[in-house]
Design a protein around this ligand. Sequence first.
Ligand SMILES: Nc1ncnc2c1ncn2[C@@H]1O[C@H](COP(=O)(O)OP(=O)(O)OP(=O)(O)O)[C@@H](O)[C@H]1O
Ligand SMILES: [Mg+2]
Length: 258
Amino acid sequence: MSDETDGSANGKGDGANAVAFEGVSKGFGGKDVLCEVSFGVPKGKAMCILGRSGTGKSVTLKLMIGLMKADRGKVLIGDEEIGALNEDGLSRVRRKMGFLFQSAALFDSFSLYDNLALPLHRLDRSRSREDIDKTIDEVLDSVGLKDDKNKMPVNLSGGMRKRAGLARAIMLKPEVLLVDEPSSGLDRITSSEIDELLLKIKNEQKTTLVIVTHDIHGARRVGDEFGVLDGGHLIGLGGADELEKSENELVRKFISET
Ligand SMILES: Nc1ncnc2c1ncn2[C@@H]1O[C@H](COP(=O)(O)OP(=O)(O)OP(=O)(O)O)[C@@H](O)[C@H]1O
Ligand SMILES: [Mg+2]
């Protein structure tokens, strides 16, 4: 682990973290899905969350964007506790964030263009049509969908929907980008193009990334830090080299590229 991450992956909220969990627990129907989970994602770094299906990876992202509230502990975006914000505060903090849902939720009755134009227009009603068109063309080009903007979501393939969802998440150049399984449903080439795009966003825009993924090759290309969730606990946290030497076999399996 580098010196830089050494001091900040401890979930203590030292100010250098863009996102942090401090002793976060979250359960449903009396059963804990997350149990006192703590970690921090330093500004401008990428954290990849790994783990079996149903271990709380999507729940972790939903807690970050305030779609769910922690039962115990704190979820911090910068130095703001997301669970303690009122609606105005939540909207303000969310404006700094982009979120790609696992299902790449698009509005089915709107074209791809309108799916992207809607949030742009809603955030800034004075924005000109030319400016909106330019932003949409640029972002669709970056995800390889520039010729598809007039299509309806039903006419997009699963992978295209995923890329459309990513376009919407990155369009406003968020400070923090949360991505739930960017490679699911994508072929290897498209999937690695998405990884390169995430890397570019991290390097050029200094965006902090939190990525939930099952694709370890992509994760190791983009990620600085890795967290492995199992049974409600973070059983591994650190750099790839460090986790490869973990005493926990499951951690070694998740981080291994073979
Ligand atoms: N709103 C909810 N109400 C009740 N249970 C929920 C809710 N959201 C998630 N859960 C439960 O929490 C657990 C973790 O769900 P989560 O979606 O975080 O899994 P995951 O790690 O993302 O899995 P996958 O890799 O399959 O996407 C599951 O048992 C799920 O059923
Ligand atoms: Mg999930």
